[in-house]
Ligand binder design. Structure first.
Ligand code: ADP
Ligand code: MG
Length: 328
């Protein structure tokens, strides 16, 4: 049987983990969210792990080693932020090819250090070994204010589904590079997409406004469709996303036109935007100030448990499909 037949990446995780017991009552959330959440009494400990594989998550023809290191930290910080927390420390594990130029890994570590300094994160350990492909795994620890996490399971019927910033830009940059294989050209023609793809940044800035107001929250690593489905699965609810409301940057639209692809599909299925998708009651949404409302977009709403998960497109409802899956 191949992994696809088990339901792809998420079917596989469920299949592998479903028989495990949970022994420690302090584990508020184990598998199934952006972070594991452990109840420490006066605060929550948040833990998450993300891996970058060479030629899959990054390509050294296009990224500098420093950019790879920066991305490795930012994608992990994004998971802590998606749970409403503050990043505190990381462990970095490396699989290095035997012939790897030491300057590459030194460059990657310069990128890691830059982000550790930015977020005041301590590097507290890791592991180093060799293998056939360059792999960087980061495990991150963070803290969350007691009683104030925003888990995927916290959505309420009637909530608005909001997205920060815009979506699809990272995939646009990647598709441009795949087609033209020219990183300098991307930087000149689409500077925003260059940054989105090669130098992603977690959305820490909005946390202050979002964290106490939001119910459920998740970061966009696999595309809007997949993230909304995760919220629905964990919250046992339905949802409707309006295709016409998906926020797109002008460069993303222009790039899609140039490549003959759909910018909305990149937003729904591409991923790696590291924006936040959160659900919020109408009452709390209305309390957001105008400046903040301009930074977010309402893309849909949460429906009841058997309401289905829909994409509203041209006035018709279709199943909300798509999302990046390593094994589909
Ligand atoms: P994210 O996209 O936020 O990094 P994922 O979608 O990768 O999260 O993972 C979903 C959930 O499955 C998380 O709770 C993660 O910790 C868990 N998970 C992923 N892979 C494994 C694994 N091999 N064994 C156990 N849990 C896993
Ligand atoms: Mg995540």
């Amino acid at each position: 049987m191949n992994i696809k037949d088990l339901g792809g990446e998420f079917g596989l995780i469920e299949n592998l983990t479903q028989d495990f017991s949970q022994f420690d009552q302090k584990i508020k959330k184990g598998i199934g969210d952006d972070c594991a959440v452990i109840d420490l009494g006066e605060r929550y400990q948040l833990i998450s792990s993300d891996t970058l594989v060479s030629n899959d998550h990054f390509n050294l023809n296009w990224s500098t080693p420093e950019q790879v290191g920066m991305k490795a930290v930012e994608v992990n910080v994004s998971d802590i932020i998606a749970c409403g927390g503050t990043p505190k420390s990381i462990l970095v594990s490396l699989v290095l090819t035997r012939d790897l130029d030491a300057e590459i890994i030194q460059g990657i570590y310069r990128g890691i250090k830059k982000k550790c300094d930015k977020y005041e994160i301590d590097l507290i350990g890791g592991d180093t070994t060799h293998g056939k492909e360059l792999v960087i795994n980061v495990t991150i620890l963070g803290v969350g204010a007691y009683g104030n996490t925003s888990l995927r399971s916290d959505a309420k019927v009637g909530d608005l589904i909001c997205v920060t910033g815009d979506l699809g830009g990272s995939t646009a940059g990647l598709e441009y590079l795949r087609k033209f294989k020219d990183v300098e050209k991307l930087k000149v023609k689409f500077p925003y997409l260059y940054k989105r793809h090669l130098e992603p940044v977690a959305r820490r800035g909005v946390l202050q406004c979002v964290s106490t107001a939001a119910n459920a929250m998740i970061d966009v690593s696999d595309g809007l469709a997949s993230e909304v489905r995760h919220i629905c699965k964990e919250s046992e609810c339905g949802a409707e996303v309006d295709f016409s409301k998906i926020p797109l940057h002008m460069e993303t639209k222009l790039c899609a036109q140039k490549l003959g692809q759909s910018a909305e599909d990149w937003a729904l299925s591409g991923g790696e935007d590291f924006e936040l998708v959160f659900t919020v009651s109408l009452e709390n949404y209305e309390k957001f100030d105008t400046g903040f409302k301009e930074k977010i977009t309402v893309v849909g709403k949460i429906l009841g448990g058997n309401g289905g998960v829909w994409l509203l497109k041209n006035g018709m409802r279709e199943e909300l499909k798509g999302g990046y899956d390593h094994f589909s």
